[in-house]
Design a protein around this ligand. Structure first.
Ligand code: SAM
Length: 208
């Protein structure tokens, strides 16, 4: 990890800007994305993010609102924006430089359905049919738990969340913890030290 992304979750990175382009090539999507110092994985699309985008589920055509939680410069949001042009893709991050890049990348990819904004700018009455995240594990366990529960609580009744987490950063204990908090959590995949987790509401919650 270089200097530029040691504190990728700060709200206003002070490192001097040095923009560059990275490629995201997937079977169905080919994007050139602008990155910068001070944002997560500025030198290449993160391997975990790529894995999530390769192996994550197809989202039903009827979805209205998708959330990319911790969007960074937008590889997940821009991919989902292209895949699901009829859905709104909300991309949120606390890092202002990352959000600006996400907006720029959405414009470059010509996706009109991506809304990049601070968490507090997302209207409170919106629920999400699908949440995708390469979550900010490094903010610390307590903050991460709080963050995940906050947004999982905004899943629509039949919605599902999809996370990619490194095994050595605690994916398995996080999965167990989510279960204790009442969320069905299953492992979609495991490769090269990454786990993909699918999270849904327990049935009793769906009925209430
Ligand atoms: C592991 S990075 C993933 C970035 C991007 N999705 C990607 O795959 O390249 C996690 C992101 O979460 C952001 N983040 C940290 N705390 C946050 C919070 N409370 N709410 C939203 N995003 C947050 C960080 O700034 C960072 O951009």
């Amino acid at each position: 990890m270089g200097d530029s992304d040691q504190h990728y979750w700060v709200s206003n990175p002070q490192s001097a800007s040095r923009k560059k382009e990275v490629q995201l090539l997937l079977p169905d999507v080919d994007l050139s994305l602008t990155t910068d110092r001070g944002v997560f994985s500025a030198n290449q699309v993160d391997k975990g993010t790529r894995y999530l985008l390769m192996e994550g589920p197809s989202v039903p055509a009827s979805v209205k609102n998708i959330l990319d939680l911790g969007c960074g410069y937008g590889p997940i949001a821009c991919t989902l924006g292209e895949r699901y042009p009829d859905a709104k893709v909300w991309a949120t991050d606390t890092n202002i430089r990352a959000l600006e890049l996400c907006r720029l990348n959405a414009e470059k990819t010509n996706s009109k359905n991506i809304l990049a904004c601070l968490p507090e700018e997302i209207p409170e009455d919106i629920s999400f049919d699908s949440i995708w995240s390469n979550p900010p594990i490094r903010i610390g366990k307590e903050s991460l738990h709080e963050l995940l529960l906050e947004w999982l609580n905004r899943l629509s009744p039949n919605g599902s969340a999809h996370f990619v987490i490194q095994r050595h950063l605690g994916s398995d204990s996080l999965a167990k913890w989510l279960e204790t908090k009442g969320w069905n959590t299953s492992r979609r995949g495991s490769r090269k030290g990454f786990r993909l987790l699918d999270v849904t509401r327990r049935e009793s919650d769906e009925e209430s």
